[in-house]
Write a protein that binds this ligand. Structure first.
Ligand code: ADP
Ligand code: MG
Length: 729
């Protein structure tokens, strides 16, 4: 029977038990507190016995960006790292980097070496600091001729070295940046680090200008909430589409899915909780502060949120989180799906980037504060960020573009592809009233009052959480909600930072000019608020971002709405829209061209795989089942007739099935020939045609498959169904 494997998969899932893992315990067998083992797999130079106090001091200066690391110090650090890694039982090290695939890459080397004939462990300064992977094997968007295949990984001192444990050993992981022979960034980390440096410069200046004289450093903070699906491994491997593309390309939705709203924050089943607990233990050991876990909206969907960190560490951590989720899931006989839209009809997964700026003196610049000075500073920061999103909306939209995310954005479950800013009614009213009374704001007692009185509490209490906004102010940070669940956050973060740097540089200039005119710092900030909020007001939208009215309204306001990835990627070819990335030093022109090519190529490749997988499954799985069932029905009709019985029911089902499957077959053949024909065009046209013509075709095919699935008896259907995957655990 064709259904044999599906039934077997179900049976194996019914028997699953929650997995027990090694929960860290003391020698006496008592459970350890998390704080007792948190970060035990992270290298901490402060604890090194081989580094002298002077060495540690020198290293601290390097880490603070005050000087470069020299060879003798690097050698000492390498020795200290090796000593630590050996004491933990690590046998290998790897340079870990984030190429433009969106995921991570690593090549492991053993510490093993020989001293004459004696086996020893070594890690040299150059092994620590630089690696040389073959860049031509990673996406490079044609940025170099193939003979210049060399690429370099260089140690990122600002992100901690850690040990990754696996079933039979441990590996030392060295976070690195990945650049080409000519110094072009071939990764997501390098631009992020650059954007962070620029943010530091421009925001430190801002702080000092407005009277925070003791600020020496400002960094962007980020907490990335990660959504994911868990389905049983047995079902996963029964679906070629999930294995090949991460998405169920067809499938009939169950009658109960998420409409009862009973999964979100519902009780976490034991088998899932056991998984989450093991994930958290792994993360804690690697110094990743997982804080929140809960069921998400769709059945089978969950979320993990960490405590925020500086953006670079948060970006690295999020990559580790995704890896750990996937690896630990398998141990629990689950598969963790990080795709943005694994199942049509229920919610997809996103990654909410909570984003703010913090000073080395411990001030969060998006904290409303309590006195008028802080209020004006806060409002100016909000106004500047609002202007940044308004001015660079298209580039920000581009930064989250991917074939997977196309299924989410604007699909009435995730923020639309229109970039708008939610400020909430209180903040909007305060800013609006400043605008309307604009002329006399700086001197007016009433408006000063309005800016000051209870602002902090008002904004904090403003708990109306607008889940429909892509960029929402949530009390003391912005939450960028439109990112895809599988994406690297480094890319959108670097674009967001660059946008902020661009406008804050102008903010600083305004303040300088005002101060030079003899204005007070508050008066200068008021000028900033009026200028930016006055200009960017139209990007502020506090209503329902999922509604059709908003789409129309946004069009009237002149806001962009790039629904598909090919449209969004085109931004990278528009110098007017990408200039700020170059001006702020976050990307070079050639890096922008590289990203354009890589994103375009990935879009086409991923869609090509999807479309081929879909047509393959139709022809090999769906049509054969339809044909079988048609034969059964025909046979039955014939027999009924012979027996003189009424066969009108069978006849009706047969007609229905015949029509649906014939149409399915024809449309699939059409898709196959369209896909063949399309590749004669240039890549940009191919991508556009895929998005505009082939994807709608594929959705129709998926719908017809769903109809066949509904007609064919359940026990004859070979592919794990949505019901199996989303509900059986
Ligand atoms: P809520 O979604 O209810 O606001 P939290 O305040 O706990 O929940 O924040 C959700 C996420 O935002 C967490 O990952 C958290 O670490 C992060 N976050 C909180 N404050 C900041 C901040 N100042 N900068 C960046 N991320 C932050
Ligand atoms: Mg959430």
């Amino acid at each position: 029977m064709a259904n044999h494997l599906r039934q077997q998969a179900k049976l194996s899932v019914y028997g699953r038990k929650s997995r027990k893992c090694n929960v860290p315990k003391s020698e006496h067998g008592k459970y350890l507190k998390v704080s007792q083992y948190y970060g035990e797999n992270v290298y901490n130079y402060h604890l090194s016995k081989s580094l002298s106090l002077e060495d540690k001091d020198a290293l601290k200066q390097v880490l603070d960006g005050k000087k470069n690391i020299d060879r003798p110090l690097a050698t000492k650090v390498a020795n200290s790292v090796l000593e630590w890694a050996n004491s933990k039982g690590a046998t290998h090290f790897c340079h870990w980097f984030q190429p433009l695939t969106g995921s991570t890459a690593e090549k492991h080397d053993a510490f093993l070496n020989f001293d004459n004939d004696r086996a020893i462990e070594t890690l040299s300064a150059s092994q620590l600091m630089q690696g040389e992977p073959d860049a031509s094997s990673f996406p490079h968007g044609g940025s170099r001729a193939t003979f210049e295949a060399r690429g370099y990984t260089t140690w990122d001192l600002t992100s901690p070295i850690f040990i990754q444990e696996s079933t039979n050993g441990k590996t030392l992981v060295i976070p690195t940046a990945f650049v080409s022979y000519h110094g072009d960034a071939l990764d997501t980390k390098t631009p992020l680090l650059r954007s962070d440096l620029q943010m530091n410069e421009v925001m430190t200046k801002f702080c000092r200008l407005v009277g925070m004289k003791d600020v020496n450093k400002v960094y962007t903070t980020c907490g990335a909430e990660q959504e994911y699906f868990l389905i049983d491994k047995a079902f996963y491997f029964g679906r070629q589409d999930l294995v090949m593309t991460g998405r169920a390309l067809m499938g009939s939705l169950t009658s109960r899915n998420q409409q009862l709203e009973d999964h979100y924050f519902g009780m976490i089943e034991d088998r899932v909780l056991a998984f989450m607990q093991e994930v958290e233990i792994e993360l804690y050991k690697m110094g990743i502060p997982a804080k929140t876990r809960h069921n998400e909206v769709a059945p089978g969907q969950f979320e993990l949120a960490p405590i925020f960190k500086d953006a670079n560490a948060a970006a690295d951590n999020n990559q580790v989180v995704m890896t750990v989720l996937r690896n630990v899931a398998l141990k629990h006989d689950f598969v963790c799906l990080l795709h943005e839209k694994p199942f049509a009809g229920v919610n997809g997964s996103g990654k909410h980037l909570n984003w703010s700026m913090a000073t080395d003196t411990g001030v969060n610049l998006l904290e409303p504060g309590h006195d008028p000075h802080e209020n004006y500073r806060f409002l100016a920061v909000v106004a500047t960020v609002t202007e940044a999103v308004y001015r660079h909306a298209d580039a920000i939209r581009m930064g989250i573009a991917s074939h997977g995310n196309d299924h989410r954005l604007g699909a009435n479950e995730a923020p639309p592809s229109i970039m708008s800013v939610f400020l909430g009614s209180t903040l909007t009213e305060i800013l609006d009233s400043m605008i309307s009374g604009g002329k006399y704001v700086a001197s007016s007692k009433t408006l000063l009052d309005l800016g000051a009185r209870q602002l902090a509490d008002l904004v904090k209490d403003n708990t109306d959480r607008n889940r429909t906004s892509p960029f929402a102010f949530t009390g003391n940070k912005f939450e960028f909600r439109a990112c895809g669940s599988s994406a690297s956050i480094g890319y959108p973060l670097s674009i967001l930072n660059a946008a902020a740097v661009d406008v804050f540089a102008e903010t600083n200039k305004i303040i300088e000019d005002e101060l030079a005119k003899g204005k007070s710092s508050d008066e200068a900030l008021a000028t900033v608020i009026l200028k930016w909020y006055g200009n960017a007001q139209r990007v502020v939208f506090n209503g329902d971002g999922y509604s059709q009215e908003w789409v129309k309204e946004a069009e009237k306001r002149g806001l962009g709405n790039m629904r598909t990835t090919p449209e969004a990627i085109a931004v990278l070819k528009d110098a007017k829209k990408t200039n700020f990335l170059v001006k702020t030093g976050v990307f070079t022109e050639s890096e922008i061209a590289t990203r354009h090519n890589v994103m375009l190529e990935r879009y086409i490749k991923c869609r090509d795989i999807e479309l081929k997988t879909l047509s393959g499954m139709v022809l090999k799985n769906v049509i054969p089942v339809a044909v079988d069932y048609k034969a059964q029905l025909a046979d039955s009709i014939k027999k009924q007739k012979e027996a003189g019985s009424d066969s009108s029911l069978e006849l009706e089902i047969l007609k229905d099935l015949a029509a649906v499957s014939k149409s399915l077959y024809e449309q699939t053949q059409n898709l196959i020939s369209s896909l063949d024909a399309i590749h004669k065009h240039d890549e940009e046209t191919v991508a556009r045609k895929i998005a505009q013509e082939l994807m709608p075709q594929s959705f129709k095919i998926a719908e017809l498959c769903g109809k066949v699935e509904e007609i064919v008896p359940d026990d004859q259907w070979p592919l794990p169904k949505f019901y199996d995957m989303l509900f059986i655990r």
